[in-house]
Ligand binder design. Structure first.
Ligand SMILES: Cc1cc2nc3c(=O)[nH]c(=O)nc-3n(C[C@H](O)[C@H](O)[C@H](O)COP(=O)(O)O)c2cc1C
Length: 647
């Protein structure tokens, strides 16, 4: 496919972009602790520029390091000493023909008092979300001071060589807090009616224009529709359009349309179950109502969909967020007709989980090199045709085989099943997991392009592998389900979640799913859809333990609609032909009638496979689940690292 629209040049203010793709701003926390650009951050953005993106809008960049501390390594333009690092970043991006804007940002009530050591500021004293720390309403002097900080940050960005700046007015940060009647309860000239709620931002725009003139491109990102029904004062599409028109009249050069609020993050950054395009009506309404160019994100996972959005008149520029995490070469591959090699984002949310729930830097499950480009520059190509075998064709095995082949090793990948995929072949069976199916296809295609010798339908035994005379064997044979040692576990009405997902077992009637991690819930969803009455048994106090709340709420929304009987805080102690026996934390014994039991209690590595190979070969390298059980991210990262460093 040619992607005529996607590769058309585009204009924003006085700038010409080489194509219609814009990297959406995404916090990574890759900066140094004082907010300066680190080598980690610089190399990460440079890689995206090299991959062909038209414009990078870099992650939210703090204008204030006193009252706005959203995370430990927030990139900043809040002091003159930030300029030098920002200049290096800009140069690194420009070297590859991309343009770059900084998204300048103040968190307002979302700043973390635990990190800043002070009560956060906002339009008024409404917390970002119920239960979050209450902020303090800003005085007029504080409003003026923060507005000046925005201008000062924009001036620093211009000095650093940025092509423009974007005000972060989306997602309920400080600017959004002033826009919103839910957060803004002021009774002075900065609150109340529409014009008053716009004043904070309008004056920031005036300040930046006064300092830098109208020739310096200015974008504003807003939530076109906060999609937060039931919350009085949350902004609707109608409100968003009014804000957009106001900003256009203020003379901004481009509007970047996002969605969502602090109370509905999914409308901004959606988990895997949302279909691409579900929110395109919002951007389209802006495109129709305004004259300035519109950038919009739309859960874009592939170039054909991006092209269709441009064709349909949804926006002028497509915003690629997580797709740029997943594959920095998205645009390059699209241009070269290699779209089947694009690693698409799988919507697993490990990126956000790390940032929002764990206070760590962003990572990507399908691109373990993301954020580590400075540690892992181009592959060391010293394989010199030496033979290496990989046993097991799941995500870990495929990733190890790919990296080894990139490095010039002669790789044979041996898989027991008729086809590659391993654990992914199970992961793609529950509802809404099409992106996993696509990942398997891409990984297979990569191996094909690299000439990896793939042998499916053959179990890798030491004897079979010997005939290839490899220098080393990577063991990626995965893990096996944990089976508890309790009475009744061998009964014919007991199976594992894997058995269900693979279609080896078809439990019916009243089915107890034991263990409600992600696999348990996905299996429950499949069983519920097949007409089973569900019982969810969880030893811990809440079901869905350890799952990032965005994903947990998403899947629980569907599973709870199936009206399961929930036994949280209950430990399974015995299985009977027609019942289960559990103990509660208070020691009480609880029984429930069942027809079948599905065990989903986690996995353990298969040590015996590793040991058998260790007895036959000098160099045996267990990777992914065969080394340490984990999710897709842990599997690909472990395999990538070990294959990269293999000598
Ligand atoms: C890890 C992460 C960090 C984000 N940080 C920002 C940010 O700093 N500023 C912003 O406006 N949006 C931020 N977003 C939202 C993205 O810009 C984008 O709107 C969202 O990911 C949806 O687009 P996508 O489906 O293309 O990923 C972030 C998203 C992710 C995944």
């Amino acid at each position: 496919m040619e992607y005529k629209r996607l590769f058309e040049k585009g204009r924003i203010g006085n700038l010409t972009l080489r194509n219609r793709s814009v990297m959406s701003p995404m916090a990574t926390d890759f900066a140094d602790h004082d907010g300066t650009v680190s080598m980690k951050l610089l190399r990460y953005y440079q890689e995206r520029a090299r991959g062909g993106i038209g414009l990078i809008i870099n992650e939210y960049t703090g204008v204030d390091h006193v009252d706005s501390v959203p995370s430990p390594h927030n990139l900043r333009a809040s002091a003159d000493w930030h300029i030098a690092g920002l200049e290096s970043l800009v140069d690194a991006v420009h070297a590859y023909g991309a343009l770059i804007f900084a998204q300048i940002h103040h968190g307002g009530s979302t700043s973390k008092p635990a990190l800043s050591g002070r009560q956060s500021l906002s339009a008024s004293d409404v917390p970002a979300a119920p239960g979050a720390p209450a902020p303090r309403a800003m005085t007029i002097e504080e409003i003026k001071a923060v507005q000046k900080k925005f201008t000062d940050a924009a001036v620093r960005c211009k000095k650093a060589g940025y092509d423009g700046v974007e005000l972060h007015g989306a997602h309920s940060y400080l600017i959004g807090q002033f826009f919103s009647p839910y957060y803004n309860k002021r009774t002075d000239e900065y609150g109340g009616g529409f014009e008053n709620r716009m004043r904070f931002t309008g004056e920031i725009i005036d300040g930046i224009r006064a300092a830098l003139g109208s020739g310096f491109p200015l974008s504003v990102r807003i939530s076109g529709d906060e999609m937060t029904p039931g919350v009085p004062g949350a902004l609707t599409l109608e409100d968003g359009l009014r804000i957009g028109k106001y900003l256009e009249e203020k003379g901004i050069d481009v509007l970047n349309v996002s969605n969502g609020s602090a109370l509905n993050g999914n409308a901004n950054c959606d988990p895997y179950s949302y279909a691409p395009g579900w929110k395109k009506h919002v951007a389209k309404a802006f495109k129709q109502a305004l004259k300035i160019p519109i950038i919009a994100t739309n859960t874009i996972k592939d170039p054909a969909f991006a092209e269709s959005l441009l064709e349909e008149g949804v926006c002028d520029f497509v915003g690629l967020g997580r797709s740029q995490f997943a594959d920095p070469d998205f645009m390059k591959k699209a241009k070269e007709g290699r779209e089947d090699e694009i690693r698409q984002c799988i919507g697993c949310m490990v990126c956000r989980e790390r940032l929002l729930a764990k206070g760590q830097t962003a990572v990507c499950a399908v691109n373990p090199r993301m954020g580590r480009e400075y540690l892992y520059p181009d592959y060391p190509r010293n394989g010199s045709g030496r033979t290496v075998c990989v046993a097991g064709g799941g995500p870990g095995g495929m990733e190890a085989a790919r990296v080894l082949a990139e490095r010039g090793f002669a790789v044979t990948l041996i898989e027991k099943r008729p086809d590659l995929g391993g654990a992914l072949l199970l992961a793609d069976k529950p509802p809404h997991k099409e992106l996993i199916t696509r990942l398997i296809r891409t990984m297979k295609r990569e191996l094909e392009v690299l000439g990896v010798n793939v042998v499916c339908g053959t179990e890798a035994t030491p004897e079979r592998v010997k005939k290839y005379a490899p220098e080393a064997v990577f063991i990626a044979t995965g893990a096996v389900p944990l089976i508890p040692k309790i009475p009744g576990v061998d009964l014919p009405n007991v199976c594992t979640a894997d058995d269900v997902v693979e279609g080896k077992a078809r439990p019916a009637g009243r089915v107890a799913v034991i263990g409600t991690g992600m696999t348990g819930l996905e299996t429950a969803e499949m069983l519920g859809a097949a007409g089973c009455d569900l019982l969810l048994v969880e030893m811990l106090p809440d079901i869905g333990p350890g799952i990032f709340p965005v994903i947990r709420n998403d899947i629980l929304g569907r599973v709870m609609a199936m009206k399961p009987e929930v036994y949280a805080g209950h430990k399974l102690v015995e299985i009977l032909p027609d019942g289960i026996r559990m103990t509660r934390a208070d020691g009480a014994v609880v029984e429930a009638d069942i027809d079948a039991v599905v065990l989903s209690l986690g996995i353990r590595p298969t040590r015996n496979v590793v040991e058998a190979f260790e007895a036959a070969f000098e160099r045996v390298i267990p990777v992914a689940d065969a080394a340490t059980p984990g999710r897709i991210y842990e599997a690909t990262k472990d395999a990538f690292d070990k294959a990269y460093h293999f000598e």
